[in-house]
Design a binder for this molecule. Structure first.
Ligand code: MOS
Length: 737
């Protein structure tokens, strides 16, 4: 177990970001860089019957117009093992410009490459496509009957749910829906592709440089050694950067076809069909309990939408299967195939969806049995993981409940709906429990000590606002015994030691453990050097009796005996000393169930005349193991809460089911929360030691923050109004209707 302290330091890349020195893919400056603009389909299903480029090709500066008629045929080889973020349920990815088939409205069907962006945009608008249109369906309600069971989906079950419901003293059954949601990250994605003979360099907005390299290699039939993918900064992603989407392939194809380096920027509007989204979901939750509120059975049935060509599904029934002690559980999952682009991971994919349903259903059960919602959760507290029958690696949820409730003043709540008012506003208090798995993947890192006593560390991981630069710098600084200012951490390059996808909140646990291990290996080399060196004051001291602090090696038993890194490297005429280590998880996930937890409390004001819901207060207590980098972790959590407020109150795709087209592909009509929507958020971490989860003892916080926020708000709205809205977002029309 390490001694990494919680550090509240500023983001190390902050100055580069605010001064414009941080190079996002959109900022890449290459001589002779051409600009590519995608053309998207305007029908949802059918075939392209004609392409007229006569007007477009006359636009000055146009270099090339690619459509299925002239695009190169690509091998699109299938990987032997599918990356974890590809849809696991079967189907084939969209093969861009490979045939005349249209499978959704907004599908890329052409790309124009020109000297300037303006020229490319004008020409793209002048290309005329004609179609043979077929009937399309984009309404999940229409297709529900035809929903299929996804391949490879494990439906969790235990006990005998049927029997438990037949004999239940109390039961509830309700259906909860969540509108499709979009990442709406502040920086729309961009890709720059540059060929140099057979070598390809790609600057990309991604959460997984290694996957971009491998996917492009397979798609173009290339040796992956000939591809380098760079991604130093990404302007937000929330899961949308986990796959290699068609625009990346188009950028590479465009650069190849024009013999020019090419930049392709996805526009804000195009992003709505270019990078996945949280699928619209319909969940039926059935709970059986004793009159005293002890859970007897949970049945959780889910349908989500997917595209016609890929079966994307999420792990939605996990939270409901493990949050509470309950002897009988049944999960079921169905997919409705629609003429839409394939959904994809979006912040806590699956977990946030499932937790919303179970946490609203628990609130409904609390009213049915007449028990306080927090009491009901404590009554059913799971001391071990009921879904796996193994102990938790650590669980501080009880402490989250206690501290969160105390800070919020939950004990002063009048349980009666519509009982609390402030002037003309109805006041509601709601709560919910959140959880997210603590994952870890193999990862490698290099830590290098330089002759000037500074540290360079690197790994092919990612920074998309998450705090990776800062957290990794802290870990390297701590392990090497230097100030953080002496560390430079580099990431986002396939040439660096391999790291996994930055998704599933696993970066800190995976890459952080690798940085720590690489630092330990570098220190070992240093210790061996001085121990064997007759000229060192540390000569002859066993390496396990040496330690470091303030850039100096010294004897554990006698701090005065030692020498600095600079002295050691100078005497040995070394420019550097380095080690690269791959760190892997062991069998801890077989022995322990590893999750972070949260307890969320909120107050809403509802305008009884206008149906408007305003979040007034929010208290969230979070337990996620060791918090390595306090400020960036806190930002992750509060950002997650803001995302949850959007899910609860404003964010939704508006589909026109006649045009089968998304109508709100902009940030004026797709409403993410803005400053006036968010009161000061009181989010805090409870101390949690976890000796099992990974060498850092850190569970990761990228996704925990958003889980169950919408449930807490929905429960507060019920408490305020007496009206249970089970369809997110809770917009005024639903409250007044
Ligand atoms: Mo997250 S949706 O795994 O980036």
């Amino acid at each position: 177990m390490t001694t990494i302290a919680t550090k509240a330091i500023d983001r190390v890349e902050g100055p580069a970001k605010v001064t414009g020195h941080a190079a996002y893919p959109t900022d890449v400056k290459i001589e002779n860089l051409a600009q590519a603009v995608m053309i998207l389909s305007t029908i949802a299903k059918g075939r392209i019957t004609g392409v007229d480029i006569s007007a477009a090709e006359k636009v000055p500066g146009v270099i090339k117009i690619l459509t299925h008629q002239n695009a190169p045929k690509l091998p699109y080889s299938q990987p032997k093992e599918r990356p974890v973020v590809e849809p696991r349920g079967g189907g084939q990815p969209l093969k861009v410009l490979q045939n005349d088939e249209v499978m959704f409205n907004g599908q890329p069907i052409g790309v124009v490459i020109a000297d300037t962006l303006e020229q490319a945009e004008l020409a793209a608008a002048l290309v005329k496509f004609t179609y043979e249109q077929e009937a399309a369906v984009t309404n999940i309600e229409v297709e529900l009957e035809k929903a299929i069971k996804p391949q490879n989906e494990k439906e969790p079950s235990r006990g005998d749910v049927q029997k438990a419901f037949a004999t239940a003293e109390v039961s509830i059954e309700q259906t909860y829906t969540i509108a499709a949601e979009y990442h709406a990250q502040i920086g729309p994605f961009a890709t720059v592709a540059q060929w140099d003979g057979s070598h390809l360099t790609i600057y990309d907005s991604t959460q997984w440089v290694g996957n971009v390299r491998d996917y492009v290699a397979l798609t173009f039939g290339m040796d992956k050694q000939n591809i380098e993918v760079l991604s130093r900064f990404v302007g937000g992603a929330f899961g949308s950067g986990l796959r290699t989407w068609p625009h990346v392939i188009l950028a590479v194809m465009a650069a190849q076809a024009t013999n020019r380096p090419v930049k392709l920027q996805v526009t804000r509007s195009q992003a709505f069909t270019s990078q996945g989204y949280r699928p619209h979901s319909i969940q039926t939750m059935k709970l059986a309990a004793t009159k005293q509120g002890k859970l007897q059975a949970i049945s959780h049935t889910v349908t989500t939408e997917t595209s016609s060509y890929e079966d994307y599904f999420e792990i939605i029934t996990q939270a409901s299967s493990m949050l509470y002690t309950c002897p009988n559980f049944q999960g079921e999952y169905r997919l409705s195939k629609l003429n839409l682009s394939t959904p994809g991971p979006m912040r806590a994919p699956g977990e946030v969806t499932g937790a919303y349903a179970i946490e609203c259903a628990m609130d409904e059960l609390a009213y049915q049995v007449g028990i306080d919602p927090l009491e009901l959760r404590l009554l059913n507290y799971a001391e071990t993981d009921p879904s796996k029958n193994i102990p938790w690696s650590s669980k501080s949820l009880r402490e989250c409940y206690q501290k969160g409730a105390a800070k919020f003043g939950w004990s002063k709540r009048n349980p009666q709906p519509r009982s609390m008012r402030d002037g003309r506003y109805l006041v509601g208090w709601g709560m919910a429990t959140g959880t997210y798995p603590a994952r870890r993947s193999p990862a490698a890192a290099c830590v290098r000590l330089l002759a000037d006593g500074t540290i360079e560390a690197r790994s092919a991981t990612h920074e998309f606002g998450t705090g990776t630069y800062t957290a990794m710098s802290l870990i390297a600084a701590e392990a090497m015994g230097v100030e953080i200012g002496k560390v430079r951490f580099a990431l986002g390059d396939t040439a660096y030691p391999t790291a996994p996808e930055s998704g599933g909140s696993l970066t800190l646990a995976s890459v952080g453990s690798a940085v720590q291990a690489a630092a330990a290996a570098t220190k070992s080399k240093l210790f061996e050097l001085v121990s064997a060196d007759r000229d060192s004051p540390l000569h002859g001291i066993a390496t396990d009796q040496l330690t470091v602090e303030n850039g100096r090696v010294f004897a554990k038993t006698d701090k005065s005996k030692g020498e600095t890194y600079v002295e050691i490297l100078a005497r040995h005429h070394l420019d550097q000393l380095e080690a690269t280590v791959e760190a892997k998880p062991g069998d801890e996930s077989q022995k322990y169930s590893m999750h972070s937890f949260s307890a969320l409390f909120c107050e809403v004001y509802v305008d009884p005349d206008l149906g408007e819901v305003k979040l007034k207060r929010f208290v969230g207590a979070f337990a996620a193991g060791r918090i390595v980098s306090y400020k960036t972790a806190h930002s992750q959590i509060t950002g997650g809460i803001v995302g949850g407020v959007g899910m609860a109150l404003t964010e939704q795709r508006e589909l026109d089911h006649h045009l089968n087209r998304i109508m709100n592909t902009n940030l004026a009509d797709y409403l993410v929360p803005v400053n006036p929507d968010i009161p000061p958020l009181d989010a805090f971490f409870v101390d949690e030691q976890d000796e099992h989860v990974n060498p850092l003892g850190a569970k990761g916080v990228g996704e925990l923050g958003i889980v169950s926020v919408a449930a807490a708000i929905a429960n507060a709205v019920y408490h305020a109004t007496g009206k249970r809205i089970r369809d997110l977002p809770i917009t005024p029309d639903k409250l007044l209707g």
